[in-house]
Design a protein around this ligand. Structure first.
Ligand code: ADP
Ligand code: MG
Length: 338
């Protein structure tokens, strides 16, 4: 048998990258989540060639001090949690300290950042190794440029789909992030073409309008509900406005877009028999709860979470939606009687 040895830092980062960085959209998700955690009010994403050639994510958040750049790119190094207790009380989108190390392991990365208002920092990494760091003029915030994603992992590169499909996947992720954070102005561009732009004025209906179009946004109904543990609110389409997939139901738990079959079904249950077979509503469901009730440490991408009191939450969603639909029906009946 061969000798057992520890893997090099680089190799273990590449293995981690295999879990979290699947395609350009995953790079965007991680970088934008970092920008959100950094308290940004403006986030801009620019692609060249659907992100395959280059991805730039620019924010106006806290920035990273020059003496912390190395740590930011070190796996399992994070500013977001410290103790075991924090792990079960996560209020940020990130906490695993893996994204930057993973991205840098499979691309060329340049970071330009300023945390102080004084001089900023520029640094470059290639395949996980730091190539240089210097003082540089930079605006407050952080700009990360990712070039030639997967250039050193050909198998991954081969697995990517057409530029069009890759763009669609990115747009989908940025759409959900924008819906989760209507107070942040998002811009997503591919080679100068605007794919998404939100105003960042904390108006959910206007954000829905930017994402799905004005026609849809104007026809959605606000809803609200709460119990001891959860506050739910958002916008839902009237039963006559549907789509042929569940993909237009966005569930945002404490700002995090999650996939949860049970909660999506609870949304649909709120429509009762007003939805015909294979018709699904458009819905933005915001849930606020104590982070202690949510275990986000289930999967590296954090898309799936474990929720205490899921059944209670499902019931709350269903009843909040059905009561607003009921009220709306009553209203439209009343109007037609005038
Ligand atoms: P995590 O987000 O899980 O902490 P990352 O690898 O994504 O791990 O980032 C590592 C650290 O680098 C973060 O904890 C944060 O302190 C810092 N960082 C990353 N991106 C930004 C950013 N855009 N603005 C400010 N700090 C950042
Ligand atoms: Mg992160």
């Amino acid at each position: 048998m061969a000798q057992i040895h520890e893997l090099s830092v680089n190799l273990s980062n590449q293995i981690a990258a295999g879990e979290v960085i699947e395609r350009p959209a995953s790079v965007v998700k991680e970088l934008v989540e970092n920008a959100i955690d950094a308290g940004s009010s403006r986030i801009r994403i620019d692609f060249i060639d659907a992100g395959l050639k280059q991805i730039v994510v620019q924010d106006n958040g806290s920035g990273i001090p020059s003496n912390q750049i190395d740590l930011a790119f070190t796996r399992h190094a994070t500013s977001k949690i410290k103790s075991e207790h924090d792990l079960f009380n996560v209020s940020t989108l990130g906490f695993r300290g893996e994204a930057l190390a993973s991205i840098a392991a499979v691309s060329h990365v340049e970071i330009l950042t300023n945390s102080s208002g004084a001089i900023g920092t520029r640094a470059e990494f290639s395949a996980g190794v730091k190539k240089m760091q210097e003082d540089a003029a930079a605006r407050q915030g952080t700009q990360i440029t990712v070039k030639d994603l997967f250039y050193n992992t050909p198998a991954r590169l081969k697995y990517l789909r057409s530029p069009r499909t890759e763009i669609m996947k990115t747009v989908d992720i940025v759409n959900r992030l924008a819906l989760g954070y209507p107070e942040i102005a998002f811009t997503l561009m591919n080679e100068g073409r605007i794919l998404l732009r939100t105003a960042g004025n904390n108006n959910l209906r206007q954000t829905v309008s930017s994402v799905y179009g004005r026609n849809i946004a104007e026809r959605m109904l606000p809803f609200k509900g709460s119990d001891n543990d959860f506050e739910v609110s958002g916008l839902i389409s009237k039963p006559e406005l549907t789509r042929s997939t569940r993909n237009f139901i966005s569930i945002l738990l404490n700002g995090r877009y999650i996939r949860n079959f049970k909660l999506a079904s609870a949304v649909m249950a709120g429509y009762g028999n007003n939805l015909t077979d294979k018709h699904y509503p458009i819905a933005v469901i915001k849930i606020k709860t104590d982070p202690l009730l949510v275990d986000v440490n289930v999967h590296p991408t954090k898309r799936e979470v474990r929720l205490s009191k899921e059944t209670e939450l499902s019931r709350l969603i269903t009843s909040a939606i059905s009561s607003v639909l009921l009220k709306n029906d009553v209203k439209s009946d009343a109007l037609s009687n005038l």
